[in-house]
Design a protein around this ligand. Structure first.
Ligand code: GDP
Length: 326
């Protein structure tokens, strides 16, 4: 079994690669819900939807969000009526939000709804929200505190970020299946996907108990850098790093995850970063343009997992034996 920690686009690409080179039912994708919000009376979970659409082969590759084969009658009509149109919802996509909202209102949990909708869309791997409790990412910017989607979509990531908070995280419980998988001896690896560390992965790590469970996990933890040659492939990762006083690089991301990482995959172009990284570093082509790229990177991650698992088990045995002798 493999656990993948994921945000939206970058995480979903690697999760798709993994799902194609291993039995998909052995992949558990734990998804950030800090981006979730309520809009036009609907409960929207952007990262869960990106992961689900991607794994189901329904994602809109041109837009980078939403569904392919989309129509826009709802948005056009909203515009004509003077309604809110800054967050674009395609007609097919809309159906998902309407159905999720209905079920949540009827008392189903986000994981129950996600599980069923993923099954109906033909998603092979198990996709779970990091928690069923509400967590909302908020950003302190030069325009004050902003809700995540206000910053990300309405203001197009233009505001300068000085602090990120995960409202509700302190009281949230991690998804029980995530915790159970981390303690399962059959777990082969935890993959920290190439997602934005500040707004996609750290919300997951902010839930009480998650960091401890990861540190205590017998399986290796392998990260993949979302930064290639100092730049994000997409989105505000590098810009945020600069604004938060960090040098945008693959090494800086590794430092954010420091004590968690057993292995870290960076791009060939970032070879100079190797010395600054305190984990076993693997060089690869980490830009996933084609399906072959996704599968090739996933293979490298799983090969690394295999080697690092044996190493981690041996180290633990040595420590235990040394402890017994003391
Ligand atoms: P979001 O929630 O949709 O912003 O998605 P993520 O946080 O999962 O993804 C954004 C991050 O993915 C950015 O930092 C990108 O640089 C990274 N990313 C996107 N595509 C790729 C890729 O092909 N390779 C790598 N290494 N990173 C990628």
């Amino acid at each position: 079994m493999i656990i993948a920690l994921s945000g939206g686009v970058g995480g979903a690409k690697l999760a798709l690669g993994l799902s194609r080179i291993m039995p998909p039912e052995n992949l558990l994708v734990v998804v950030n819900t800090g981006d979730d919000f309520e809009h036009l009376g609907l409960s929207i979970s952007p990262d869960i939807d990106t992961v689900a659409y991607t794994l189901a082969g329904l994602a809109n590759r041109e837009l980078g969000w939403g569904r392919h084969d989309e129509t826009w009658s709802f948005m056009e009509t909203m515009e004509a009526l003077g309604g809110e149109t800054w967050f674009r919802l395609g007609d097919r996509d809309l159906a998902l939000h309407v159905e999720r909202t209905r079920r949540l209102k009827n008392g189903e949990s986000l994981s129950q709804v996600t599980h069923d909708l993923c099954r109906r869309m033909g998603v092979g791997p198990r996709v779970i929200p990091m928690t069923d409790d509400p967590v909302r990412t908020r950003l302190l910017t030069d325009r004050g505190w902003l809700d995540f989607q206000d910053y990300f979509v309405r203001l197009k990531c233009e505001p300068v970020v000085s602090e990120v908070r995960f409202q509700g995280a302190g009281a949230a419980k991690p998804h029980p299946d995530f915790m159970a998988a981390l303690a399962d001896p059959a777990l082969e690896a935890v993959v920290i996907c190439p997602s934005n560390p500040f707004i996609s992965v750290e919300p997951i790590l902010a839930i009480p108990g998650v960091r401890q469970a990861l540190t205590g996990c017998a399986a290796p933890i392998i990260g993949v850098s979302p930064i290639i040659a100092g730049k994000a492939v997409k989105g505000p990762t590098a810009k945020m790093m600069q604004e938060l006083g960090m040098h945008p690089s693959a090494g800086t991301v590794a430092k954010r995850y420091a004590e968690l990482l057993d292995g870290y995959v960076i791009d060939h172009r970032d070879m100079s970063q190797v010395v600054s990284i305190d984990a076993k570093v693997l060089l690869a082509q980490t830009l996933m343009t084609t399906m072959e790229d996704r599968e090739a990177l996933a293979k490298i991650v799983l090969q690394a997992a295999d080697v690092l698992k044996r190493r981690k088990v041996n180290t633990r045995l040595r420590h235990r034996t040394a402890g017994d002798g003391a």
